[in-house]
Ligand binder design. Structure first.
Ligand SMILES: [Zn+2]
Length: 87
């Protein structure tokens, strides 16, 4: 099942891990002021993060911003037997 969330696999510490998008968690957006480091609340739409930047600019006259997208993931061990062998 890879419902658009993306999956990554990797073998670390003698066990295989899989990374899946956290249930119900879509991509989120946040604005950040490059002058003072203040950060907007997480938003579901890029417009909301950009609006925060404009409000911040209008309030404190800072002019450099970064809007980034991010997503939460869960890591799960898919080969627990391999991990117990390492004990
Ligand atoms: Zn600022």
């Amino acid at each position: 099942m890879s419902g658009g969330g993306g999956i990554a696999r990797g073998r670390y510490g003698f066990a295989e891990w899989v990374l899946t998008a956290a249930e119900g968690m879509t991509v989120r957006y946040a604005g950040k002021c490059l002058s003072c480091g203040e950060r907007s609340p997480d938003a579901f739409a890029p417009d909301e993060a950009q609006l925060w930047c404009l409000k911040h600019a209008g309030t404190v006259r800072h002019s450099g911003f970064e809007v980034s997208a991010f997503q939460y993931f869960d890591a799960e061990m898919v080969d627990p037997d391999a991990a117990s062998r390492e004990l």
